[in-house]
Structures are given as structure tokens and as C-alpha cells.
Ligand binder design. Sequence first.
Ligand code: FE
Length: 331
Amino acid sequence: MKRLSLLCAALTVAFAGQALAEEVVVYSARNEQLIKPLFDAYKKETGVDVKFITDKEGPLMQRLKSEGNNTPADILLTVDAGNLWQASHEGLLKPVKSAALEANVPAHLRDPKGEWFGLSIRARTIFYNTSRVKPQELSSYEDLATAKWKGRLCLRTSKKVYNQSLVAMLMAEHGEAKAEQIVKGWVGNLATDVFPDDTKMLEAIGAGQCDVGIANTYYYGRLMEKNPKLPIGIFWANQKGSGTHVNISGAGVTRYAKNEKGAVRLLEWLSSDKAQNLYADSNMEFPVNPKVKSDPKVAAWGDFKHNYINVAKAGELQAAAVKLMDRAGYR
Ligand code: FE
């Protein structure tokens, strides 16, 4: 009898272990409404449960740090290569090797060490008031620093990682001194104080408070869907040079993942043809997998040349970019 109950206990533990091994736990800085449909689809296809919590990336990383090897999280999912690089830098992620991820995610949109992978692309490009600016007058981020845009430029605050990443990429391309000149030029051209978010900045362009500005494409998509008559145009920056600055939303396997295999399988699935439209279209982003076509609404903005510098640079140079923006008076 004693042996039987021990056996039962052992079996219960084995089954519980198996059930736990099956489920994947995700800490997500991406909104519930964007990720839940994906995880529901994954469950339907594979039978695997995905449990998740959502919060801002700062608190999620803090949580991973304080939980250490007791963390229930298998995956950290967030936006901006700057944030993913930071998580990797703080030792919160572990490198994984996956032929599927390497095939589905272009090399410049994933960590060279394999600690994180892009899952969707957002471009940070130039927007303009269509009744005050002709697209032929526009060319590049660098050009927005020249005297012709004096009093006409609007920007979002430098506190946002999106702008830190953009400036980091300018530093990677031009070196620190020239990048600082460019940022100083922007600051000198500002029409008004910096904006707390991309949407307010775009609305100011629509209202004619400024003529040009820089924002992420999906904010433009959302705003124009709500108010298609706004006189705001999209312009692909730096097409004659190194291409438009792109960034990612993406994910990595946590250092202390209990279900590493399950985590990798989920990431592979998220990067696959099956999931990419579901992942990207819901936020008007571009699929990261080159075999997958964009949503028609997004494709309507036209094709553009991407900047192919590895987005990891945005993280490597983030601290220096923050200092540079401070010196340039970009608040
Ligand atoms: Fe955003």
C-alpha cells in the first residue's frame, strides 16, 4: 500500500511536471489585445497553453531580475531593439540556436549572439503637412537639421527609447561628432516644445503647428484610420543614402526559462508564415519574415529601402546617445 501511494505520488509529480513543461510563460510589454489572439491561435494549433502577464518593459525587466532563477517566465517580449539589448546586457536572456529563427528573421533584425529576435518591423520615418510641404523638398533625417526647416520641425521627447535608438543609429553611421551636429540642428529648428508621444506630434503636423516631424509608422496608420482627412503624408527617409531607420518588436528566451524548448518553439511559430500576419497586421507593422506580405493598408505606404545596420547598435550606443542628446539640448 505504501509502495502504491509512493508510486501514485511519483506519477502525480511526473504528470504535473509534464503539464508544466508544456505551458509557456511570457512576460510581455506588448498589449494584451495584440498578443492574446496569437497565443489563442497557438493553443488551437499545438494544444500548448501560453500564460502571460503584460506590463511596461522597465517593471518586467526589474521583475525578471528580482525573481532570478525562480522566475516563471520563459520569454520576454518587448518593443525596440534598445530594450532587448538592455535585457541581454543585464543577463536576463539566454542565447538560443534555431535554424527556423535564423531563416525567418533577417540577420540585421536579431541579436548576433541569438539572445533576441525581431518579430515585427516598425519604421521611424519623416511625416509632413501635405498642404505646406512638397515631398520633393524632403530627403533625410540629416536634412531636417538644415536651415530650411527653421521653426518648422516637431519632435517627440528624447526620453523615449525610439528616439534614443534613432540617434544611436545616426551615431553608428556618422560618428559621434557629426551625429551631435545633426541633433543640434534639429533642436535649433524646433517649431515648439517636444511632444510626449508620436500621436500628439503627428496631430500637430496635421494641425499645421509644424511642417515636418519624425514618428513610427503604425502611429500614423492608426491616426489616419481614425481621421483619413488629416493633411499628413509619409515620406521614406534616406532612400538615396543608407535607408530608413527600422526597429523591431521582438523577444528572447529568459536566462532561467523552465521550458526553453517550448519557448523556442513558440518564437519559431511567431516568426513563421502562419503567425506573421497575425502578429504584424494587428499593430499596422511590417512582418519581419521576408516571405510574408504586409497588410494591404501598410503596403499602401509603398516600398522602401531599410537601413541594414544591425539594430543591436541601438542598444550598444544607447547610453552615449542619451548623453549626446542632452549635450545638444534635446529634451
Ligand atoms: Fe510605440
